[in-house]
Design a protein around this ligand. Structure first.
Ligand code: BG6
Length: 506
């Protein structure tokens, strides 16, 4: 990773959960790896009254909570770079305070006024902060670059996302805006590029002639934890599908870009979203299954149902599971169904996509077992990042008995080098001005455009079924009916952790 130029990062919402769970640990890791700018400061701002020292102490605890073997001298060096100002985002006066805070850090530590404004606040504050920064001309780049990182959710539907884009662009230029989707920062998501575009063997097969269908799964074995207030207004469609899963789909399905240039990649991947066949409001029941987890026992322990979770409406109709079937209407993918699903309280924690290849046109072997003859290429995004190829082998002995076996590659065995976590990679990219792994405004809008009829159908037709599924199961059984075809069904990733910390496909 290259060393970025000097900068000051202002974190709005510095007393919040995201700052302590993700941002500060990521910045600390970058510091440890020596890839932060030589001259660098973090200025945390939020409503809570706190001194620099108290902020440092809180961040100290936060780092120790999520990192092991923290060397005290490294941690001390990092904490010295942290500063804090109590700040009310609605008060114009406080922007003056912020400006002088930046000014004095810049003078005292001789840091050029390159500034990254990180909006880690509730979404309703995004526009307020951007507007006020604009009123004080703090987006002006004459004394150093000014970038704005915007956290998710970016809008709650197509209209609000369009408005948000419009309002932000009244102050910041598109090139200054970095819309974060942490899935794009995952190492294995980027490896999709390399797998696809650096290996001659995959490209000829990566199309409707050889692929029967594609599955994308993001399963989580946890519930909503303490996020009832947020989640009950979001649901799985907004929380996972509109952003993370459609981002994965665009990378899997895009045409090769002309170069690794940020716009070349984003232009190509935008075309995928623009080619998604719209699911009409009337067809939503046919193509989309929604579910909500119900109380159950997992390994002998009682698990609450979604409606019993804290801050959730006891009559909530919010979905904690979604499965969708759709098509991409272009030359490469015409007629190939894409199936995506995500859910909370599923049996395992795994994000992967599976390219299912068509079987041979004629089989001379008698096949049995689990989908023999169907080759699958599985790219595991997490955990146990890696690639798995499933193909048939002859079982030793007389006759031709076949078994579908696994050629399994694990990232862990490939390199001992630290794999940067998503937030590390993305924050560093913003510091070096690389927006490739951030979502452009038009890409975000195209994704909302696709999910919009689904949102509307659910809003307008409460009779569309919300299926219950017991926590710890693979979601509503009705989702199986989405995948039609002989010997076809969802892949149920099932792996065992070995003693070397490697998962082994069962
Ligand atoms: C977040 C969602 O964006 O992504 C969460 O709000 C979800 O609900 C999380 O759990 C999943 O991210 P990861 O990196 O743990 O797969």
């Amino acid at each position: 990773m290259e060393k970025p130029k000097d900068c000051i990062m202002v974190i709005f919402g510095a007393s919040g959960d995201l700052t302590k769970r993700k941002l500060i640990p990521a910045l600390f890791e970058l510091y440890k790896q020596n890839v932060l700018p030589d001259k660098f400061a973090i200025l945390g701002v939020s409503r809570t009254e706190m001194s620099d020292d108290l902020f440092r102490e809180k961040m100290n605890q936060a780092i120790k909570q999520c990192k092991e073997d923290v060397k005290p001298e490294i941690l001390d060096g990092f904490l010295k770079k942290l500063f804090y100002i109590p700040f009310n985002p609605n008060s114009e006066v406080d922007y003056e305070k912020l400006r002088s805070g930046i000014e004095s850090i810049s003078k005292k530590y001789d840091i050029i006024k390159n500034c990254i404004y990180y909006l880690a606040t509730p979404p309703k504050m995004f526009v307020v902060i951007a507007e006020n920064l604009g009123k004080k001309n703090m987006q002006d780049q004459s004394d150093g670059y000014k970038s704005l990182i915007v956290e998710k959710p970016f809008g709650s539907d197509l209209e609000s996302a369009r408005n948000l884009n419009k309002e932000l662009r009244q102050v910041f230029k598109e090139e200054q805006i970095y819309r974060i989707d942490h899935y794009l920062g995952k190492e294995t998501v980027q490896n999709v590029f390399v797998t696809r575009f650096s290996n001659g063997i995959f490209e000829p097969l990566w199309n409707r002639n050889f692929v029967s269908h594609i599955e994308v799964t993001a399963a989580e074995n946890l519930g909503i934890e303490n996020r009832g207030g947020y989640y009950d207004n979001a649901g799985a469609l907004r929380d996972m599908v509109q952003n993370h899963l459609l981002q994965l789909v665009r990378l899997i399905a895009m045409e090769p870009p002309s170069s690794l240039d940020s716009n070349a990649i984003r232009n190509e991947s935008l075309k995928v979203l623009q080619s998604l066949r719209p699911i009409k409001e009337n067809d939503v029941e046919k193509y989309v299954i929604r579910g909500q987890y119900t109380a159950s026992k997992i390994r002998g322990e009682d698990v609450k149902g979604y409606r019993e979770e804290k801050n959730v409406n006891p009559e909530s109709k919010t979905e904690t599971y979604v499965a969708l079937k759709f098509y991409i209407d272009n030359w490469r993918w015409g007629g190939v169904p894409f199936y995506i699903r995500t859910g909370k309280q599923l049996p395992t924690n795994v994000t992967e996509f599976a390219i299912n290849f068509k079987p041979t046109p004629h089989s001379i072997f008698i096949k049995d077992g689990d989908n023999p003859g169907c080759n699958q290429l599985i790219i595991r995004i997490q955990p146990d990042e890696g690639v798995l190829l499933k193909f048939d082998m002859k079982v030793p002995g007389a006759g031709y008995s076949l078994q579908n076996i696994n050629l399994d590659f694990h990232y862990k065995q490939f390199t001992a080098v630290h794999i940067p976590l998503a937030y590390e990679r993305l924050i560093h990219d913003c510091m070096i001005g690389d927006s490739t792994l951030y979502s452009r405004g038009d890409v975000v809008e195209a994704a909302w455009e696709f999910v919009s009829p689904i949102q509307k159908a659910w809003q307008n037709n409460p009779e569309i079924k919300l299926f219950g599924y017991p926590a710890g199961t693979w979601g509503p059984e009705n989702a199986d009916e989405l995948i039609e075809g002989k010997n076809m069904g969802w892949r149920y990733p099932c792996r065992n952790l070995t003693n070397d910390g490697i998962y082994c496909e069962l």
